[in-house]
Structures are given as structure tokens and as C-alpha cells.
Design a protein around this ligand. Structure first.
Ligand code: SF4
Length: 393
């Protein structure tokens, strides 16, 4: 990526965000001719916990498949899936069937829920030329054997990718990828720190677009983009506004439409969230020495972000919600869930039952990636924000 030469920070950030916005609308993947230098193909992965470093080391561009958004017309997927299945599973299947994802070398999903688990079977029947895999994550991450088990699963993934590319993936290559991703993790933490400290300097949608760009570009290029963006954001001259501080939860898998995020930030500062957690699920650096698969497995067990689809006794539903509220100094929570998302809806109920006796205000919302109408939601969020400001006055 070319380093920006424009000196006005607003103009620089606008330029970067325009590129990110275009990428966010892109459901297609780079064709073999469009691949960035150094890459031989693309590998698709479904949210949430995919170790991109292994694919990156194989010269396969990891593409986080995040559904079809609210502009995809469903023609074929409905014949393969029930109408009670969440939107991201149905639209991802549609993209597979309509040829949008036909140049992927393979697709990896996880057993995060029944719907996601069955995607691999649909994939292998309908796209037999692609590698189709389920990366099995541990049911009990607290057991003594969890790290070794994950390391073995990563070993299996590496072996499958090696078979696909026809050559070994060296430990050195994986360690080099870990270094690139560690830098990305540091930059993403910086981005979220800006949101927590000075939310008026970086809107929710802007932050979201900056992160989402990595679903369609190499991590090293994304690092350059983030550095450039963070530099411009630091120079921004924006005045603080009188808005309540809230955290947003429920965006760990299916992604809410951008318009919904805009609707929320019209009335609130969203100072932390779980959006796109699949692109930032390792919260701290991974060891850059020793067995790289072991290092990644240790990081999954010890330093991965909590979500409704990970079962870890050390990260209770209530615990990570409260930590998020405390660390971001939020006044309230917006608890969302994607329509038909069982893990998300379970968590939403547990969160609201936990917040009730504590008297912490929250707003419950449901979304679908294909939503197009936001008027009613805007009224709900506005009323919620006004009640918060009144209570805080
Ligand atoms: S949105 Fe929920 S139900 Fe759908 S694939 Fe993701 S976790 Fe599963």
C-alpha cells in the first residue's frame, strides 16, 4: 500500500476510510490475477477463532467471510437451508453457490454453533474442488489437555494446507507471520484505546471500517494502513460531545449493517464492542520463538477474547461484560443479538438478568445483516440515550 502524502489529517483519514468502505462492500475475493504480491491463493474462514497466521505462512491470503450484507439477493441458498437459520450462514452459502467465492482454495469453519458446523458439509458437496474443513475448538478450554489438543488441531490444519499448496509450511514462516500479526494486534489495541480515551476522535463506524479492511488485505498491508490512520486520528481537531458512553455486544459473528452502527453512534459514544472479534481474537502478543503452533495454542487458551461461542470457566458471560463496562468507563450497555443466533440470544438473556439487580442500564436490540430499515431503532436508541443523559445530569 502506498503511504499517504496528504498533510491535512481529515483529508488523510477520509481517503483511508473511503478505501476501507469500498472493501467492506466487497463480497468477492481477489482472483488469481489480483492477488497481492507474495500470495498464491486465498483461504476463506468463518468467524470466529481462526489462526490466520498459518494460512498467511502458506502464502494463502486469509479472507474472513462475513456474509453478504444487506445488498445480496438470495436465490439458491434457501433451497439448502431452513429459513430459521441465521443470515450470515445463509448469505455465505449463497456466495458459495453463486460463484462469488469460487476461486477460494478452501473454506474453514468452526463448530461454534450447529449452523456454522454444517456449513462445511454444504461446502464440500457443492464446491468439491475446494478444501473444506471444520477446525474443532475445545469444548472445555480449562482442561489440562486443551493446549495440546488445539496444537494438534492447528497441526492438522497445517497438514491440509500443505497438501493443498504442495509444499511444507515451515516453522520459520509461521513465526514470521506471528510477528506481522503481533504488530497488527498492537495497532488494534491502540485503536481501541483511542475509542476508550477520546471517543469523539474516532467514530464507531470509522473504527469498524478500519478493522474490517483486514478481511480483504494482507496483514502487513493492513499494518501500514492502521499506522497511517492512527497518525491522522491523533492530529484530528474534534470537540467532545455530550453523549452517553455505552458498550456494544452481540457483533461477534454476524455483522450488523453499517447503518445500524451509525444509528447508535448518532446518540451514543460506543467506547468498546465485540464487533469483528474474529479479526482480533488474540488480545495480546503471541510468543515469537519456539514451536509456533504451540505458541498459538497457548494464546488461544490464555489470551483469547471471550465470546458467546467460547466456553471458558475463567471468562464468564457476566465477567467479561462487567470488565468491558469497567475498563471503558461505560454508563450502559447495548445488548444485541443476530436474529436466529442461539448463542447470541442465550448470552443476551444472561447479560440482562445480570444487569437488572445491579441497576446498570441497558438496551436490548435484535438485528439481521440484511436489515434495511432503521427508523424504529433510531427512536429506541435516542430515547435510551436521552434517559441516560437525564440520569447522569
Ligand atoms: S450468527 Fe450465531 S447462529 Fe449464526 S453462525 Fe454465528 S454463532 Fe452461529
Amino acid at each position: 500500500m502506498q503511504i499517504q502524502t496528504v498533510h491535512d489529517p481529515e483529508a488523510r483519514i477520509t481517503e483511508i476510510l473511503e478505501r476501507c468502505f469500498t472493501l467492506s462492500r466487497q463480497t468477492s475475493i481477489p482472483s488469481p490475477e489480483e492477488l497481492p504480491q507474495g500470495f498464491r491463493g486465498t483461504i476463506g474462514h468463518f468467524p470466529v477463532y481462526f489462526p490466520e497466521e498459518i494460512a498467511y505462512a502458506a502464502g494463502l491470503l486469509p479472507v474472513n467471510v462475513l456474509g453478504g450484507g444487506n445488498r445480496l439477493e438470495m436465490r439458491m441458498a434457501d433451497a439448502r437451508m431452513g429459513s430459521f437459520v441465521c443470515s450470515i450462514c445463509r448469505s455465505t452459502t449463497e456466495l458459495a453457490l453463486n460463484g462469488t467465492l469460487s476461486t477460494l482454495e478452501g473454506f474453514v469453519t468452526h463448530p461454534i454453533c450447529d449452523a456454522a458446523k454444517h456449513l462445511a458439509g454444504i461446502w464440500s458437496r457443492n464446491l468439491p474442488d475446494q478444501m473444506s474443513q471444520i477446525l474443532y475448538l475445545p469444548q472445555n478450554v480449562n482442561s489440562r489437555g486443551a493446549t495440546r489438543y488445539i496444537r494438534d488441531e492447528y497441526w492438522r490444519l497445517r497438514a491440509d494446507l500443505e497438501k493443498r499448496i504442495g509444499e511444507p509450511i515451515s516453522d520459520d514462516a509461521i513465526r514470521a507471520a506471528i510477528r506481522v500479526y503481533n504488530e497488527n494486534r498492537r495497532l488494534l489495541r491502540e485503536l481501541y484505546q483511542i475509542r476508550r480515551d477520546t471517543p469523539w476522535k474516532l467514530d464507531l463506524v470509522e473504527c469498524y471500517l478500519l478493522i474490517r479492511a483486514r478481511s480483504r488485505m494482507p496483514c502487513a498491508e493492513h499494518n501500514i494502513l492502521l499506522k497511517e490512520a492512527i497518525g491522522a486520528i491523533a492530529e484530528r481537531r474534534r470537540a467532545a460531545q455530550d453523549k452517553p458512553r455505552v458498550v456494544f455486544l452481540g457483533g461477534f459473528c454476524e455483522q450488523p449493517p453499517l447503518e445500524m452502527l451509525e444509528t447508535i453512534e448518532d446518540s451514543c459514544f460506543v467506547v468498546d464492542d465485540d464487533l469483528l472479534i474474529g479479526l482480533r481474537w488474540l488480545t495480546e502478543d503471541v510468543a515469537e520463538i519456539g514451536d509456533p503452533l504451540w505458541a498459538l495454542a497457548v494464546a488461544y487458551v490464555e489470551r483469547s477474547a471471550a465470546s458467546p461461542v467460547q466456553h471458558d470457566a475463567n471468562k464468564t458471560k457476566e465477567g467479561y461484560l462487567m470488565a468491558m463496562l469497567k475498563e471503558s468507563k461505560a454508563d450502559a450497555a447495548i445488548l444485541t443479538a443476530a436474529k436466529f443466533c442461539e448463542p447470541g440470544l442465550d448470552e443476551q438473556l444472561a447479560w440482562s438478568k445480570h444487569l437488572d439487580p445491579l441497576g446498570i442500564p441497558y438496551l436490548v436490540l435484535e438485528f439481521e445483516e440484511k436489515m434495511t430499515s432503521f427508523e424504529q431503532m433510531a427512536m429506541q436508541v435516542e430515547t435510551f440515550a436521552e434517559s441516560l443523559l437525564f440520569a447522569l445530569a
